[in-house]
Write a protein that binds this ligand. Sequence first.
Ligand SMILES: [Zn+2]
Length: 462
Amino acid sequence: LAATFGLPPHYNCGKGGANELKAGKVLIKNAEVLTMQPQADMLSDCSVAVADGKILAVGPPPAGFNPDEVIDGRNHLVMPGFFNAHCHAAMVLLRGSAEDLPIDRWFNEGIWRSESALNEEDVYWGTALAVCEMIRGGTVAFADHYFWMRQVARVVEESGMKALLAWCTFGAEGTAEMGNVSLDEILAFTTEYRDRADGRIKTMCGPHSPYVTTRKWLRKIAGFARQSGLGCHIHVAETSDQVRQSLASEGATPVAYLAETGVFDNPSIAAHAIHISKEDVDILKKKGVSVVSCPKTHMKLAMSTTRVSDLVDAGINVAIGTDGAASSNNLDMLEAMRLASLLSKHDRQDAASLPAWQVLRLATTGGANAMGFVNSGSLHPGADADLILIDLDKPHLTPRHSYTANIVHSAVAADISHVFVDGRMLLNKGCLITLDEERIKHEAQRRGVRMVASPTGTIQRY
Ligand SMILES: [Zn+2]
């Protein structure tokens, strides 16, 4: 595999890779089970049986079921894993490097300068670090929007995670794409890699946003996406300035403009979608676009936020994302859910807004739908065995009046004890199975320092 990508053979973040992991027969016994089916149904003192990567039973296993592994689920909650529906995984390398800056200075003086020192190997190790963090936080799949996506695909294959990969393209007239790759090469990736890794990899086209790309470029990408049956994953209407700019230059809001260029012709992902009109909501609904809210970035960069409850009420599929750690500082879906719920209550001055069970749905079934993993996101026989165990035997999770409230408003990533993807165990009692975490942290530390300290980067240490 390394040779394919022109990298030295020692270049491997894994401990042997997910290919060597067998999806065995597993029986989890005596657990509390949150199925998320149809809403947030709880089953007490319940078993979950897994075989061939699928859930065989929620409840007593079929007669004659002979598991390879039995997990004592007492004091544990089993639920679907989280879907991080918008992130830039390798940006963990810039974690904490551009703090307390308004969004324009954050982009121009911080992120885009440091990213000019980014190389292909950095993306590999940065993504590996991100995946360590995400697995530890109970995330089973992530929607990545970044560069050199073949490296991200390698980490997905080696780690055993699921991912929706979109290779970010700027399409600014007269400017080369990151890494000097051509649009044709970027588009070829999307069809070459779709359904790789036994279907754990899905792809979309990844135009960065309507405000950096040209109409011609968007049309070209949209045409390719339409022909290939792919969607697009794109940043939309993050600031009111972007909307003003779009109205002035295109005579339409960003959402209407993207619909007109064909970007939303197949089920797509609109990240943020903060400053949108009633007509925009109708377009998103009609086009089947999923909207992803990233509440921590919204708060940290002093933006407004996605009106999640309104979109849910309008029948739009909404999911939750962490965004990149350069703005959100971590890839923690428990925290992202908590902030989404709190921000919705605060923003609407309504304590009933976005209750725990609903935000859990957005982070599980909502994300699975947005990312095209339609057989995942809830626990029922026949579903993909993408599930997590949460250790409930903690002071901050006691007593257990409401499991959903405890998860969304009290739990922390360190409470996640086990993670399974397609029935394969990726985290066992808090230990990562597929990834060499020590090596990955070492590589990420030195690469992150190099990027931020590069002549074009900024240094901030306080
Ligand atoms: Zn983003």
